[in-house]
Write a protein that binds this ligand. Structure first.
Ligand SMILES: Cc1cc2nc3c(=O)[nH]c(=O)nc-3n(C[C@H](O)[C@H](O)[C@H](O)COP(=O)(O)O)c2cc1C
Length: 756
């Protein structure tokens, strides 16, 4: 692995004095970070001394010392700032800064990421920009607002914005005559990298309690250098000889054996050796328990190894139940999963109950087979299990023991090589292939004007990084570059679907039980390949009893059941699919109070027999009325709307014609006349809302909580339109215009939307 294929050749770009740029991002799922990284690279190519980091890592004072600051932020919750901006945002909003013009020297630009199906489109970026201007900062370039609803998603707005922004930088921050922008085909130096430790390095590496330990023989060193905690997994390729194993075990019995290395090999490894290593001749003798059928799953050959990442604020969660709640022949595998967390009910109540709805973050892992495939593809077999040291670590990367790890471990626990490749990733690959045709093709994907081609190759078929690398066999990424190149595995957040009494564990006061409803992402795409999300695959095969790394966090939005007053408010809830999860938690929380308000729940499912989740439970909750909308079951004609249609054919036709050609129906009569049209052959939540408009209106006028949870897309907009119609039909307001104003008034209702 001596040849680094250009990796070392990249040199630091020349920096012009006092030409500094900070690209500060706020993100929940990484989209804004990806854009920030791309902008940062562009700035480096223009010889800015560039910092790219999350907003919370930056102080206001740092902002003052930077020539140009670019803010890239998504909006989360109901127009909220992402979590990794809250500290910065709080600082910026301090009252004592008002009227001080304290940011007078700051020049900035902003790009927001949002989704126009949300009521508060791009509010985080808008709020931030407004405050910066209020504090005297001057805007260097027009603000950009990306919208997930566009055909090519955020890119539709972002890419032209990026081009213009670059041109503006070149024009307004001219380079000295001696300097030119660094062209795209010249590699920038890496920010993070992995250093493979040689035998010598291990010996001299400071290792805490091992310092001063016995000096090892050359042979011992060799064993240590080639073995790591992943050694057992590497047996698939290089099974250790009995002599090697024996020596290793003897070395381990020595009380002076260096602790930092000893820690890296634990008993679980031997117990959990992948099932497919059973092909090896000697395995039966070593691990007969691996032959137990109960430990095997025909769908997977070897499950990812345990090992809990040291993620701040995370817990160990034991999987105690995994029920498939949809029939085997249903298109979607939805799991009701229960985890047991070592957290007493008392501590839970103190720390988290007041946070309102919660999410459970699960950190998935890659499968040994996939890891091995990537290792083989990249030619990393020789070094995959060599102890390595992380030199400068990207944000969000957590490894055990002082930054010492192995490539195999990183690929298993940290690096997301089954993600859909982003533009930044493809741009970098150009530097790691010698094949001119591959270079050209990779380059083309990222050229302005080729967005559709890029989208068709990556997002549309949901091609993974691993698959892309198979398509470009000439690409050989140097081990040292993996941290700079691959995205980090992010935790996946699931709405917690239980609350109130059901959180406590009947058997143990020191544990709580957290439930989620997870729709496993499995589908075929246009390239007809079956696809599984990383986390879905992990959860699908997760054996009962597995300990995994989880975190509990407050969900977005207001705390809807903060006290008995909150529990007493009426609620209109609309959920589709697994969007029912947080709604169930709210209902359980409400019913844990002596008095709780009426609830109307509109629940969009496909079939009564397949995905009417928690059907048997609903009748047990007092004051909860459920109107399911089964979109794929036969629709029985609704007497209300049919009768109405029969008596008002003229109005119906007239109104329908008006709706088709002119403005949307505004009044009570218009809406009623259109009900049969709305209903024709469909049965969605919005139709149910209109059908039961009188009941909806009755609750709406009593200061309710209104929740919309489920799939994004057209559902939230259609539901809102139906709620407005219901206000008109039920006579709460005279027309839709008035309904819109009424709906926006926070004195009338509390609105919470969580769609994805
Ligand atoms: C739970 C949730 C809440 C959201 N709330 C809003 C919102 O209020 N306004 C908006 O414009 N976009 C909203 N969005 C859309 C995100 O801003 C958008 O998907 C963005 O690309 C996410 O970028 P990120 O990965 O950097 O967080 C929301 C998305 C989710 C998943």
């Amino acid at each position: 692995m001596g040849e680094l294929d250009g990796f070392e050749r990249a040199t630091q770009p020349a920096v012009v004095e006092a030409r500094t740029m900070a690209v500060l991002y706020g993100t929940e799922t990484g989209n804004a970070e990806e854009i920030a990284v791309e902008l940062g690279k562009m700035a480096e190519r223009l010889h800015f001394k560039t910092t790219v980091d999350e907003m919370d890592s930056f102080k206001l004072a740092d902002v003052l010392n930077t020539s140009l600051v670019i803010f890239v932020t998504s909006t989360t919750g109901q127009g909220d700032m992402p979590k990794n901006t809250l500290k910065f945002w709080k600082n910026l909003r301090r009252e004592k800064l008002n009227n001080t013009n304290c940011l007078q020297v700051v020049r900035f630009a902003s790009f927001g990421l949002g989704d126009s199906s949300y009521l508060k489109f791009n509010w985080a970026a808008r709020k931030l920009r407004a405050r910066l201007l209020q504090l005297g900062a001057s805007e260097f370039f027009r603000p950009g607002e990306g919208d997930e609803r566009h055909d090519n998603g955020i890119d539709s707005i972002y890419l032209p914005w990026y081009q213009e922004f670059r041109e503006s930088l070149i024009a307004n921050y001219p380079l000295p005559e001696s300097l030119w922008p660094i062209p795209d085909d010249v590699q920038l130096p890496p920010k993070y990298f992995l250093q493979l430790l040689s035998t010598m390095d291990i010996d001299t590496e400071p290792c805490g309690d091992a310092a001063g330990g016995p000096s090892l023989t050359e042979e011992d060193r060799k064993i240590m250098a080639s073995r790591t905690k992943s050694a057992a997994r590497s047996h698939l390729i290089h099974p250790p000889s009995a002599i090697e194993q024996g020596k290793e075990d003897w070395a381990r019995l020595d009380p002076e054996f260096p602790a930092h290395i000893a820690r890296q090999d634990t008993a679980w490894e031997r117990e959990n050796r992948p099932v497919d290593s059973l092909d090896k001749d000697n395995v039966l003798r070593d691990h007969p328990e691996n032959y137990l059928l109960s430990r095997m799953d025909p769908g997977v050959r070897a499950f990812p190894p345990p090992g809990i990442l040291p993620i701040p604020g995370s817990f160990i969660g034991k999987l105690v139940r995994s029920n498939r709640v949809t029939p085997e022949d249903h298109w979607q595998d939805v799991r009701h999963l229960t985890f047991r967390l070592m957290l007493s009910r008392k501590d839970f109540d103190t720390a988290l109950k007041s946070a309102g709805n919660l999410t459970l973050t699960i950190y998935p892992k890659n499968y040994p087979d996939d890891v091995q495939e990537l290792i083989r593809l990249m030619g990393w077999d020789e070094v995959a299990d060599t102890l390595s040291k992380i030199i400068a670590k990207p944000r969000g990367l957590y490894v055990e023991s002082h930054g010492l790890t192995t490539l195999r471990d990183l690929l298993t626990h940290n690096l997301d090589f089954t993600a859909v490749p982003k533009r930044n990733f493809i741009k970098e690959l150009v530097f790691f292939t010698k094949d001119e045709r591959e270079k050209e093709r990779l380059f083309e994907f990222t050229m302005p004007g080729n967005e559709q081609e890029f989208y068709d190759y990556t997002c549309r078929p949901r091609r993974t990084i691993l698959e892309l690398l198979k398509d470009f066999p000439g690409v050989k990424i140097p081990v040292q570059a993996v941290l700079d190149l691959f995205p980090i595995i992010r935790g996946r957040e699931f709405s917690v679907c239980n609350a109130g009494m059901s959180i406590g564990d009947a058997d143990d006061d020191n544990c709580i039980r957290i439930e989620i409803l997870a729709a496993l992402v499995e589908y075929k795409t246009i390239i007809r390949k079956p696809r599984q999300g990383l986390c879905s695959r992990y959860l699908k095969h997760l054996p009962i009893g597995t300990d995994l790394c989880v975190a509990l966090k407050p969900a977005s939005g207001p705390h809807l059941v903060a006290n008995h007053m909150g529990a007493k408010r009426p609620m209109v809830a609309i959920a589709t699919g697994t969007g029912i999860a947080p709604i169930r938690a709210i209902i359980q929380e409400r019913t844990s109070y002596a008095e709780h308000g009426d609830t109307l729940l509109f629940f969009g499912c496909r079939n009564r027999d397949a995905d009417f989740h928690f059907e048997s439970e609903w009748k047990e909750y007092p004051n909860v009325k459920v109107y399911p909308a089964f979109s794929r079951d036969n629709i029985t004609p609704d007497p209300t709307t049919t009768a109405h249609a029969n008596t008002s054919t003229t109005t119906t036709t007239a109104a329908a014609a008006a709706a088709a050609s002119g403005p949307p129906p505004r009044t009570h009569t218009d809406i009623l006349a259109l009900l049969p049209e709305y209903d024709a052959g469909k049965n969605y939540v919005q139709h149910m809302i209109r059908k039961h408009a009188q009941e909806v209106g009755a609750l709406m006028s009593r200061n309710p909580v209104v929740c919309v949870c489920g799939n994004a897309g057209r559902m939230p907009t259609s539901v809102r339109a139906a709620l407005l119609d219901a206000l008109v039909i039920s006579g709460v307001v005279a027309d839709v215009e008035a309904a819109e104003t009424w709906f926006r008034n926070p004195d009338h209702l509390t609105f919470w939307q969580e769609t994805w």
